[in-house]
Design a protein around this ligand. Structure first.
Ligand SMILES: [Zn+2]
Ligand SMILES: [Zn+2]
Length: 437
């Protein structure tokens, strides 16, 4: 496939050679240092085996209770979905929807989509719907948060250990194993290998050369001539959609993420507006034997410290207090640096963005703690937990900052350097020296 001899870095936009990799080899961007491609030996078979195992564990994890709560002779059991139902019935539909999506729907859908893609590939088939289905595996990936949910379970068990007995159920073990299996499946999957199996209707005798008017697909990373983009709207069933689309995965093509600065600023502004009520208002109220206590995000951390559990207190403090604030500060800094056409350390700024994408989801831990406590502690007057307004604002901060970092295009950091060649720019000369032939 001659079209794949050039690749474009999705983080800095540099067009460069795509070397053939030895088994287990890794290629990095010549300019920003991000990983471009990684060879994963026996990728399809290993991923399929892990996905089948994951699917079975997913069903077990959802079918049985994962924790039991026993207090003064009374007990309650909770499945993964009990908390979602209780939140919904208590009027907190927004938190219920977010928890349902991140702890069950997104990982479940990801497993089903992977099976639907990998089984035909293993049998040597390439159904026409496969690329469009596979596209969603990547879209769903950041929203699956079973590992964060597990941390939430740990914090909840610690919080309740003083007032009641907590008994782990069968599904808790399935849940733990599922997290490991999902991580292994993600590490085994080689997306390039899947994409390389999709037949292309592009003229192989006309590969893209440096300087050609080209487009790159943000999803399957195909580099193509602008004229090779599909504009036939009828083939995708959307009568009004005349945007250029990728001939391989059918994703909409654009040189940079559309309206990236406006969108990111709007989302950052919304997150800043939610940040104060999220931290000042209580996120839950716990009633136990007539004693009522409201917890904010910060008092939850102090509670763990009071019990001498400083490693867990530190983890929750970083995930819930430091990470959301740091994410907002980094986003504002990146946005301003693009507006001011800054030339300062573009490589480090791109790395900051990469960190931002990795850490954001862990802030969800306190929302999961509230969900688990609401589901477990429901013994009426004896003991109960209610979600409060702070949790809604906090959940909104996490979701909105994740959307903000997704809508920011890190290639803008490098565009400034390319448009002003008169300014001395080591990255540009580096690119000319090593990047494109
Ligand atoms: Zn790069
Ligand atoms: Zn594509």
């Amino acid at each position: 496939m001659t079209q794949d001899t050039l690749t474009e870095c999705l983080e800095c936009g540099l067009l460069q050679r795509n070397p053939a990799l030895p088994p287990g080899g890794v290629s990095e961007c010549a300019r920003c240092g991000c990983v471009l491609h990684r060879d994963r030996p026996d990728s399809l078979n290993r991923t399929l085996a892990l996905t089948i195992a994951g699917f079975v564990l997913f069903i077990v994890a959802n079918a049985f209770p994962f924790l039991s709560f026993e207090m003064q002779g009374q007990s309650t059991q909770t499945t993964l979905l009990t908390g979602v139902m209780d939140l919904y019935q208590g009027g907190n539909w927004f938190i219920a929807a977010v928890v349902l999506f991140t702890s069950a729907l997104a990982p479940g859908l990801q497993l089903v989509l992977l099976l639907a893609v990998l089984i035909p590939l293993a049998l040597g088939h390439m159904p026409p719907w496969l690329p469009r289905l596979y596209r969603w595996v990547r879209t769903l990936a950041p929203w699956g948060m079973m590992d964060v949910f597990m941390l939430g379970i740990l914090v909840s068990v610690v919080k309740l250990s003083e007032m009641a007995t907590i008994v782990p159920g069968a599904s808790l073990f399935a849940f733990g194993a599922l997290i490991l299996i999902l991580a292994a499946a993600q590490a085994a999957l080689d997306p390039d290998l899947v994409w390389s199996r999709v037949p292309l209707k592009i003229d192989p005798s006309r590969p893209v050369r440096p300087g050609d008017d080209h487009l790159v697909c943000d999803v399957c990373e195909l580099v193509m001539h602008r004229s090779d983009a599909v504009r036939d709207h009828r083939s995708f069933g959307l009568a009004l959609n005349r945007l250029p689309r990728c001939p391989r995965c059918a994703d909409v093509l654009h040189r940079r993420k559309p309206h990236t600065l406006q969108r990111t600023w709007a989302l950052v502004a919304a997150a800043i507006a939610f940040y104060l009520p999220a931290n000042l208002l209580p996120i839950m109220t716990m009633t136990s034997l007539g004693y009522v206590q409201s917890d904010t995000i910060f008092s939850g951390v102090l509670f763990l410290l009071d019990y001498g559990l400083w490693p867990l207190a530190l983890v929750v403090f970083i995930a819930s207090v430091v990470v959301p604030l740091l994410k907002l500060l980094i986003l504002v800094f990146l946005l301003l640096s693009v507006h001011w056409r800054s030339h300062w350390r573009p490589r480090e700024r791109t790395r900051l963005y990469r960190v931002l994408e990795l850490i954001g989801r862990w802030s969800m831990v306190d929302i999961f703690v509230v969900t688990i406590l609401v589901a477990l502690v429901r013994l009426g007057h004896l003991a109960s937990v209610q979600a409060e307004a702070g949790a809604i604002f906090f959940c909104a901060v996490v979701v909105v900052t994740m959307l903000a970092s997704m809508s920011f295009d890190p290639r803008l950091i490098w565009d400034v350097l390319e448009r002003e060649p008169h300014v001395r720019n080591p990255e540009r000369s580096h690119r000319l020296a090593t990047g494109v032939p």
